[in-house]
Design a protein around this ligand. Structure first.
Ligand code: FAD
Length: 480
């Protein structure tokens, strides 16, 4: 059993020596904003916050932390949803990437950009747009999350079905290792088959293997046309039948296909008075469809033609006639996501099953919840074009906190049991962190666990990096 020793304050104070110009924060008032994540569910007061302003400073910082065995956790925009980026109770120094935020280059000829890890995703997207290019990673937290966090969580989002996840968009990485060495794997090559693809091990590693300081990212031509529709449907089965048709008829011009069940639309209507019933009446299921392209295609005619051909499935719908109207349709989803918990806690799940099984999965999981916990509200939505669904559970108003804990435990167990039956994943996008660790370790293949433990040992033998995320913080040979 590995006993975590408290880190003496003198060692922490000494870190200021490698981070000149206010790079180390230790005052309580300064630490507050690095202590709580977006969800508000996870809190951890760091021993200090280190804010390196260059890769060299990051390297010197990690060399010192390695020598002194000071535990650290890298932090981006704190929008991760599995409690991984806040300091652990055992005491950790938060390494904030916020001062490493330069856009180093954008090359429209290479269709690539090199961005430092602390750059906010939206700023990186704008920089690409200034060169008529698209950085496709798109989701609700893009105004706060940072590129390093996107890489470390292998972020997905609305456009995965066309452009892939962050993993598919990274051409190269610059990483500072646990012992302070700098691995310069930054390159903008489309093809490179030299040996192991180490960047793929770092992507999605949630800060446990190294600190990403910069990423070379793939860009695409910026679409000049975007068309959006919201349609009402009888069921999730119909939504999936519609998806199958859209995937073929719209081909790669289909950029988003987002399912929202009726409760989600009701949440938006409840929370935002200026968002009334979006279609002529209520429907059990809704889908937001987005197609996009360059200028040579009559995209509007294609979408209208497609919708005309699926009138056997679609009950009702609205097609945005301007970009502003399209954005307003998306707001129905965003408001629901932001306010589903009424400002309180709710259970978030982020699962995936094979696309062919998604409708059955939703039906079965909702029936199981309804039978055992009819008091809770299930909110269901997701990027179903990727087989990804959020089945969230909101407790009834006024429920005591122990009862909420019990509800979350029961509901999660039920949902994950159905995921298992359908051969799915308990984490389609958000990762494992600390929140999903138990469920992850209960399910992991023993050979995969051995390999994962070996990788951790190779990258971080002293286990100072994000210890206790993904793998448990026990002996290096026994992570269960
Ligand atoms: C409203 C909302 C919508 C979302 N929608 C989606 C979605 O559609 N798809 C999706 O995939 N995710 C979604 N997310 C979650 C998503 O994972 C995060 O928003 C994002 O990728 C994390 O970036 P961040 O900078 O906030 O990282 P943080 O939360 O700060 O950190 C997340 C993890 O990355 C590690 N980390 C951060 N920076 C580095 C670095 N430079 N090097 C190494 N490790 C690092 C941290 O230690 C932690 O383990 C959503 C979140 C919110 C709040």
């Amino acid at each position: 059993m590995n006993v975590v020793q408290p880190t003496p304050a003198s060692l922490i104070a000494a870190l200021a020596g490698v981070l000149p110009n206010g790079g180390l924060l230790t005052a309580d008032a300064d630490l507050a904003r690095y202590s709580r994540d977006w969800s508000g569910d996870h809190f951890g007061r760091p021993l200090a916050v280190a804010r390196p302003a260059s890769v060299e400073e990051m390297s010197a910082l990690m060399r010192r932390c390695h020598e002194e065995r000071i535990p650290v956790v890298p932090q981006g925009g704190l929008t991760g949803l599995v409690g991984a980026a806040v300091a652990a109770d055992s005491g950790e120094v938060v390494i904030s990437l916020e001062r490493l935020n330069t856009i180093r280059s954008v090359s429209p000829i290479d269709f690539a950009m090199v961005v430092e890890a602390g750059c906010i995703l939206e700023d990186a997207k704008r920089a690409a747009e200034a060169h008529d290019c698209l950085l496709p990673i798109t989701f609700g937290a893009q105004g706060s999350c940072r590129i390093g966090g996107n890489v470390a969580t292998n972020a997905g989002g609305f456009n995965v079905l066309r452009y892939g996840m962050t993993r598919d968009l990274v051409l190269g990485l610059e990483v500072v290792l646990a012992d302070g060495r700098i691995w310069n794997g930054l390159k903008v090559l489309r093809k490179d088959n030299r040996g192991y693809d180490l960047k793929q091990v770092i992507i999605g590693s949630e800060g446990t293997l190294g600190i990403v300081t910069a990423a070379a990212l793939k860009l695409y031509p910026k679409p000049t046309q975007v068309e959006t529709a919201l349609v009402g449907l009888r069921s999730v089965e119909d939504a999936m039948a519609l998806y199958a048709r859209a995937r073929r008829d719209c081909s790669d011009l289909l950029t988003a296909f987002e399912l929202i069940l009726r409760q989600g639309i009701e949440i938006t209507m409840r929370e935002a008075a200026d968002f009334p019933e979006p279609l002529t009446r209520a429907y059990p299921a809704y889908v937001l469809i987005e197609v996009s392209s360059g200028g040579l295609i009559d995209l509007s005619a294609m979408l209208l033609g497609f919708l005309g051909g699926v009138s056997d499935i679609v009950e009702d719908g609205v097609v945005a006639s301007t970009r502003a109207q399209g954005e307003r349709l998306w707001r129905y989803r965003e408001i629901m996501v932001e306010r589903q918990g009424r400002g309180g806690r709710y259970l978030r799940t982020d699962v995936s099953v094979p696309i062919s099984k998604l409708a059955d999965f939703v039906t079965e999981a909702l029936a199981a919840l309804e039978q055992t916990r009819p008091d809770a509200l299930a909110v269901t939505y997701g990027h179903v074009g990727d087989g990804n669904i959020h089945l969230n559970v909101v407790p009834p108003e006024g429920m005591a906190s122990e009862a909420i804990e019990q509800l979350f435990e029961e509901a999660e167990e039920q949902i994950f049991a159905v995921v298992d039956r359908y051969g799915g994943s308990i984490s389609a996008e958000h990762g494992i962190g600390r929140v999903k660790q138990k469920a992850f370790l209960e399910r992991i293949d023993p050979v995969a666990l051995d390999l994962a433990a070996g990788i951790k040992e190779a990258f971080d033998p002293r286990r100072i990096l994000s210890n206790g995320r993904i793998l448990a913080s026990k002996s290096s040979l026994d992570y269960r």
